[in-house]
Design a protein around this ligand. Structure first.
Ligand code: ACM
Ligand code: ZN
Length: 504
C-alpha cells in the first residue's frame, strides 16, 4: 500500500514537472532546466528599499493564497533559499525583467515595473492554489525567463453600467489584470442603464441616473421585466481608492464618460441635456420591451440597445455640463487618456432639433456626422488644454477625426487601420475576437450577447494588421478585451467570461 502510494506520488511529480511552462502572456524567451526550487518557511524575500512594495505584494500573495509567511530581508548571508529582487532602471524597455530559478532560489531583475511583472510570472509558475495544499509542496521549475511587453497599451474593460460591480470585486478584477501584466483598466462608468460615477456638481446623476426601475428578463427584447429597482454608484472616495489600488499594480484606470449617445441615464437626471426635454423616454427600439414603474418624462433605460435620445449638440448647456463633469473626472483620474465614448450615436433627434440644425448652419457643417465630429473636437480641445488625450470608439472617424484623438477600433479593425493611416494612435479591440461577452463555447448554459470567440481565436489574435506599413504599425499602441455586461448579472459569470474554457 505504502509502495503504491509512493509510486502515485512519483507519477504525480512527473506529470507536474514534465509539463509545458504555461505563462500568459507567453514570455519572449524561456530556457528550461532540470529540477525545481522548493519554497519553505525559511525562504527569504530579499530586496532593497526601492522595490519593497513589490516584495510586500509577493509576501502578501504567498500568505493569503498559500498560508506561507515569508520574511523580508535586505541581505541574504547564506545566498541560498531566497527570492532575490533586483532593481535597475537603466534598461531601454519599460517592464522588461529576467527571472532565473535554480535550486538555491529565484532572482528577479528589472525596472520597478519589470520586477512586478517578474513576480506575476513567478506567481504563475506556482501550483494552482488549493486550500488543502501543504506549503512544502510549493515548488517551481528551474528555468530562466527573459521577457518584456510587446505593446505599451494592454487593456481590459468592464461595463459597470448595465450591471454594477462592488468595489471589492473591482479590486479583484484589477488583480486579474495584474496577474496577466495588463496595464490599463478601462472603466465604463456611464451608459443608458445607469450612471455610476459621483459628480458633486450634478448630484442627480447618481440619485436619479444611478437607478432603473427594472430590467428586461432574458434575451432582448425580453420575456418580461423583473420589476426590481437596480442601481448603485462609486463615490469619489471609492474611485480614488480604486485608482490607487490599480496604480500600486502598475495599472492605469482609463475612465469612460459616454457622449454624445448612450446618454439616457444622464438625461433622466437632467432632461434639459436632451434635444427634446419634454418628450417621454421611448422604451422600445426597435421592439417593444416590457417596462416597470413610471413611464412619464425621462427614464433610465430598462432594456439594451441604442437609443435616439442623445445629448443635444446645439446648446451650450450640454458643453458646460460635459466640461464640469470632466473637471471632476480629471481630478480623480491621473490617466493621460480620457475616453469619451462616441459610439452608436443615432442622428434622428439632431435632424429634427432646431438648435442642432442651427449649430450645423453656424459652423458650416455638412451634416449630422460632422456635428458629431464638432462635438468630439470641442471636447478634445477641452481635454488637450488640460494636458490629456481623448480616446473614442471608431465612430469618431465619421465626419472627421479630432486632430489628436486616439481611436479604439471595435467594429473590426477597419477603423483602426484607417486611423493609423491618418497618423493617429490606435487601440485594437475588435468584437471578433476580443469581445469577451461573446459566447466562448458552442453551448453556453446562460444567455450571451451572441457571437463566438473561443480562446484559440483570442490567443491567435495579432493586433497589428498586415494592411499597415512599418511606420503606420507604430500607431498600434496595443490591444484590449472588452466585457459588456448586458447579459452578465453576477460576478461568477464575469469570471467565467474572462477566463475561458479550453475546449479541445
Ligand atoms: C461598443 O461596443 N459599442 C463600443
Ligand atoms: Zn439638439
Amino acid at each position: 500500500m505504502r509502495f503504491l502510494f509512493t509510486i502515485c506520488l512519483l507519477f504525480a511529480a512527473t506529470i507536474i514537472f514534465s509539463q509545458e511552462i504555461n505563462i500568459i502572456p507567453k514570455p519572449v524567451e524561456i530556457m528550461k532546466a532540470d529540477g525545481t526550487f522548493l519554497l519553505t518557511r525559511e525562504t527569504l524575500i530579499v530586496c532593497d528599499e526601492k522595490i519593497e512594495d513589490a516584495a510586500l505584494f509577493l509576501k502578501d500573495y504567498l500568505n493569503t493564497q498559500y498560508s506561507l509567511q515569508l520574511q523580508l530581508a535586505r541581505h541574504n548571508r547564506e545566498s541560498k533559499n531566497a527570492i532575490l529582487l533586483i532593481n535597475g532602471e537603466d534598461q531601454d524597455k519599460k517592464g522588461l525583467y529576467e527571472l532565473a530559478c535554480d535550486k538555491n532560489g529565484v532572482v528577479i531583475g528589472g525596472d520597478t515595473e519589470g520586477v512586478f511583472y517578474g513576480i506575476q510570472t513567478f506567481i504563475q509558475l506556482l501550483p494552482a492554489t488549493n486550500p488543502k495544499l501543504k506549503t512544502q509542496n510549493l515548488q517551481i521549475p528551474q528555468l530562466t525567463i527573459f521577457d518584456y511587453p510587446r505593446f505599451a497599451y494592454r487593456g481590459m474593460h468592464l461595463d459597470c453600467s448595465r450591471h454594477f460591480w462592488p468595489v471589492d470585486f473591482i479590486k479583484k478584477y484589477i488583480d486579474y489584470l495584474a496577474l496577466h501584466k495588463l496595464n490599463t483598466f478601462h472603466w465604463h462608468l456611464t451608459d443608458d442603464q445607469g450612471w455610476r460615477i459621483e459628480i458633486k456638481k450634478y448630484p442627480k446623476l447618481i440619485s436619479i441616473g444611478g437607478w432603473r426601475n427594472g430590467t428586461i428578463i432574458g434575451r432582448y427584447p425580453g420575456s418580461g421585466n423583473d420589476g426590481l429597482k437596480y442601481g448603485g454608484h462609486y463615490t469619489q472616495e471609492q474611485i480614488k481608492e480604486i485608482v490607487k489600488y490599480a496604480a500600486d499594480r502598475y495599472i492605469t484606470v482609463l475612465p469612460e464618460i459616454e457622449m454624445p449617445a448612450h446618454a439616457s441615464a444622464a438625461i433622466a437626471a437632467y432632461p434639459e441635456l436632451s434635444c427634446f426635454p419634454d418628450e417621454q423616454t421611448i422604451n422600445f427600439y426597435p421592439k417593444q420591451c416590457a417596462w416597470s414603474g413610471d413611464k412619464n418624462g425621462k427614464q433610465v433605460q430598462q432594456t439594451w440597445g441604442v437609443f435616439d435620445d442623445v445629448f443635444c449638440a446645439g446648446q451650450e448647456n450640454t458643453f458646460n455640463f460635459m466640461q464640469d463633469v470632466m473637471d471632476e473626472v480629471l481630478a480623480l483620474f491621473p490617466s493621460k487618456y480620457i475616453h469619451v465614448g462616441g459610439d452608436e450615436c443615432p442622428k434622428e433627434n439632431w435632424k429634427r432639433c432646431p438648435k442642432c440644425q442651427q449649430r450645423i448652419k453656424d459652423n458650416k457643417l455638412k451634416d449630422e456626422h460632422e456635428l458629431q465630429s464638432y462635438f468630439i473636437q470641442r471636447m478634445e480641445k477641452y481635454l488637450n488644454n488640460k494636458g490629456r488625450t481623448l480616446i473614442g470608439w471608431d465612430e469618431i472617424l465619421e465626419g472627421g477625426l479630432a486632430p489628436n484623438a486616439v481611436v479604439m477600433s471595435w467594429r473590426g479593425e477597419a477603423g483602426g487601420i484607417e486611423a493609423a493611416k491618418q497618423n493617429h494612435d490606435v487601440i485594437m479591440t475588435p468584437g471578433n475576437p476580443v469581445y469577451f461577452d461573446f459566447s466562448q463555447s458552442e453551448n453556453e448554459d446562460s444567455v450571451t450577447i451572441g457571437g463566438f470567440n473561443p480562446i484559440e481565436k483570442v490567443f491567435a489574435y495579432n493586433p497589428v494588421p498586415k494592411e499597415l506599413n512599418a511606420e503606420q504599425a507604430k500607431h498600434i499602441l496595443g490591444a484590449q478585451a472588452n466585457l459588456w455586461t448586458e447579459y452578465i448579472d453576477n460576478t461568477k459569470k464575469v469570471e467565467y467570461m474572462i477566463f475561458p474554457v479550453w475546449q479541445h
